[in-house]
Write a protein that binds this ligand. Sequence first.
Ligand SMILES: NC(=O)c1ccc[n+]([C@@H]2O[C@H](COP(=O)([O-])OP(=O)(O)OC[C@H]3O[C@@H](n4cnc5c(N)ncnc54)[C@H](O)[C@@H]3O)[C@@H](O)[C@H]2O)c1
Ligand SMILES: CC(C)[C@H](C(=O)O)[C@@H](O)C(=O)O
Ligand SMILES: [Mg+2]
Length: 367
Amino acid sequence: MATKHLFLLPGDGIGPEAMAEVKKLISAMNEKIGSGFVTDEGLVGGCAYDAHGAAISDADMAKAMAADAVLFGAVGGPKWDAVPYEVRPEAGLLRLRKDMELFANLRPAICYPALAASSSLKQEVVEGLDILIVRELTGGVYFGEPKQIIDLGNGQKRGIDTQVYDTFEIERISGVAFELARTRKNHVTSMEKRNVMKSGVLWNEVVTQTHKARYADVKLDHMLADAGGMQLVRWPKQFDVIVTDNLFGDMLSDIAAMLTGSIGMLPSASLGAPDVKTKKRKALYEPVHGSAPDIAGKGIANPIAMIASFAMCLRYSFGMVAEADKLEAAIAAVLDDGLRTKDILSAGMTEVGTVEMGDAIIAKFLG
Ligand SMILES: NC(=O)c1ccc[n+]([C@@H]2O[C@H](COP(=O)([O-])OP(=O)(O)OC[C@H]3O[C@@H](n4cnc5c(N)ncnc54)[C@H](O)[C@@H]3O)[C@@H](O)[C@H]2O)c1
Ligand SMILES: CC(C)[C@H](C(=O)O)[C@@H](O)C(=O)O
Ligand SMILES: [Mg+2]
């Protein structure tokens, strides 16, 4: 099998704990089924700041750009609360997304049957849930200029962030959403706030035009993003694919995470455009959760979001669809066996730590 270059960025807090389980899985796949993964590892976030004074070094950025895929853990934590804004841990992740042009962030929210009773919502609301949030990841208020704090000179300051979207950005992200919908239930819901934002008016217009021109076979609905948040907890099964901007996507995916039982369950893939010649996409895979400083170092973090992010990597970067399916099935099987990390624990189930959960999934996957 051809060599597959993975660049690992475990990051801070529970990032390295969750990544350790994926590293074991990668070694096992190389050993048992000759998967041909070659890994290299770098620093991102607070640990990179401690080592280099930057949230990611230029050398590690170059490695990320050259890899077939990047696996990312999590960044941030109270230790770095006071570092300058430009080099805060989160800046490393934002640089990776922007410089690698990872404009399409796929955040699936699936409620595994075994967890239907452990969501904070009623079982009938989440049972069988399978939705996909497609979040625009390189534009909007995250990157728009100006972005600054101005001293007004009268004892007041003004904080400014700018929401900006150009036609091509909305066209390409809605294209991704429509294409993916065709492989699912053929239904896209676009969320913006056209009632208060000019960028929302343009978003709505461009999604509508893209639909009419290229994807008229897909069912398209529009929803105001605040109402979308409400509908996600009222009756999430009305959705198939949700396409939305960077900030709304960030918030709506955290809401969706709780439908699955825990934020420790939600994986994601951040993809660039296919290269014209090689057709290969730059890609980074990361759990939706953060560095969870409150539980870091305790060995209790749920590694499933990280492991499921690796399953997305197998599927989208290496076309290893059978292996991805098998890994997702292994996660479901371990949950069916009653194994639970603390965040998804319910009565009668067996509590396990990060390492035991990882081991059990790997054993099922290889078994
Ligand atoms: N992609 C990323 O690296 C990323 C994403 C979100 C937040 N962050 C950063 O992480 C830091 C903490 O942010 P936060 O507390 O708002 O969000 P968080 O996701 O780190 O934690 C929120 C809550 O969920 C729990 N949790 C998260 N992941 C879990 C897991 N795998 N297993 C069990 N419980 C889990 C945490 O213990 C915490 O109670 C901040 O610095 C933030 O900027 C980073
Ligand atoms: C850590 C932060 C920059 C990031 C974001 O806001 O995009 C995170 O919340 C996420 O959801 O990936
Ligand atoms: Mg977030």
